[in-house]
Ligand binder design. Structure first.
Ligand SMILES: C[S@@+](CC[C@H](N)C(=O)[O-])C[C@H]1O[C@@H](n2cnc3c(N)ncnc32)[C@H](O)[C@@H]1O
Length: 386
């Protein structure tokens, strides 16, 4: 069973689970009754997670100040895996992968070729959505790491085949004897791939493109996407795409941004004036108080007779509880407090996790002959519907 394609309710021994500490800090663990998940806030024994529902919050008391620390235990999804996986390379993030899959029409009937596998970020997203993924990685250590990871995650028994290969030099055909996760039967000599979607995340996709004709489907429109960080790479890719008959070429750049929506208090000029007057008054009072304190130290025996002076010397709250607080200091006003006027604003978050590249899309139809029999069947079915 793949942890990424089937949902389950309850956390069990041996599960791959993701520990959500914060939005930027998600850690994968394998549930083991004898193990403990340590954070700087405290330790969370796995046994306290077993039997609970996925999504549960697990809380402990911190050792130092006896406050609560908590985590959430989540079931893996390709999106969360992308945010928590061990990086072996640069990876493709969800804003790109989701867009690419949509542009390549990926769905349950798609057969996809991916090169290189890298850290397997995109492989997990493809694996959840498509019929079959053939992924290629030429780096021996990265190949072994990805092979183990896909096996542990149940992807190899579902729909992922990984092969160690320099696709630029040797193409995509998988034969008996290759270093691959395919198990060949006695009669099989090679794999009939017939891909209808291709994703190339390599430094030189133009060297891989000429090999594609051998492994793409000949009877349907095939989509290709090249993920390249430099415009010079795009330029070289375009030349080869044209030479090898790829059409409908388009280049796109995804700039993922996250917007935070919140309310901001409406401030008027009168409010600002009031606030400035308030600051000035407090400043003057402070100066006066310090002057008198100094005089007392120098001249008096410490007894203060004057009532007015006493009042000034009394410790004052930092800010009075004023009705109006447009600058957010002093008395606290909850966002959205119905006593005040608010407007809805958005704030763009500064850091968005993504590795942006140029996405070059192209399409190819190998067999352009008209299949009269199929067209006839299609037309007949359409006229019946009318
Ligand atoms: C940027 S990473 C891919 C990251 C991957 N898309 C992900 O989301 O995790 C590029 C990978 O391509 C591999 N690679 C580079 N040239 C290759 C080639 N000619 N054949 C196969 N793999 C190649 C590299 O070893 C590297 O692991």
């Amino acid at each position: 069973m793949s942890y990424f394609t089937e949902y389950k309710d309850v956390i069990q021994e041996g599960d791959l689970a993701l520990i959500w500490i914060s939005r930027d800090n998600i850690k994968p663990i394998t549930i083991d009754v004898t193990a403990t998940f340590n954070t700087r806030y405290g330790s969370f024994p796995h046994k306290d997670m077993i039997g609970k529902k996925y999504g549960s919050q697990i809380a402990i008391r911190t050792k130092t100040n006896k406050k609560f620390a908590f985590i959430h235990v989540l079931q893996p999804t390709p999106e969360l895996w992308t945010l928590s996986l061990p990086h072996r390379t640069q990876i493709v993030y969800t804003p790109d992968s989701s867009y690419i899959m949509q542009r390549l029409n990926c769905g349950p009937s798609s057969t996809v070729i991916e090169a290189g596998t890298g850290s397997g970020s995109f492989s997990h997203a493809f694996a959840r959505s498509v019929k079959q993924l053939y992924t290629f990685e030429f780096h021996p250590v990265r190949y072994e790491q990805a092979l183990k990871e896909f096996k542990d995650h149940g992807l190899l028994e579902e729909n992922v085949i990984i092969t160690q290969r320099d696709v630029c030099a040797n193409g995509f055909t998988i034969k008996k004897g290759d270093l691959t996760s395919v198990t060949f039967s006695d009669t099989e000599e090679s794999v009939d791939i017939g891909a209808n979607a291709i994703f190339l995340d390599l430094p030189s996709p133009w060297d891989a493109i000429p090999h594609l004709d051998e492994v793409i489907s000949h009877n349907e429109k095939v989509g290709l996407c090249c993920f390249s960080p430099c415009i010079e790479q795009v330029d070289k890719t375009l030349e080869v795409l044209e030479k090898f008959g790829w059409t409908n070429v388009e280049m796109v750049e995804i700039q993922g941004k996250q917007y935070e929506s919140r309310r901001q208090m409406v401030r008027t000029l009168d409010d600002a004036m009031e606030r400035l007057k308030d600051i000035k008054k407090r400043k003057l009072e402070g100066v006066e108080r310090r002057k008198r304190q100094l005089e007392n130290l120098e001249n008096d025996d410490g007894n203060i007779e004057d009532e007015e002076e006493k009042k000034i010397l009394e410790p004052q709250p930092l800010t009075e509880k004023t009705k109006y607080n447009p600058f957010g200091k002093g008395s606290r006003i909850r966002e959205g407090d119905s006593n005040y006027e608010w407007k809805q604003v958005t704030k763009m978050e500064t850091e968005v996790k993504s590795h942006t590249s140029y996405l070059t899309f192209a399409f190819k139809t190998m067999n352009k002959t008209r299949n009269e029999e199929k067209v006839g069947i299609l037309l007949a079915s359409l006229s019946k519907k009318k």
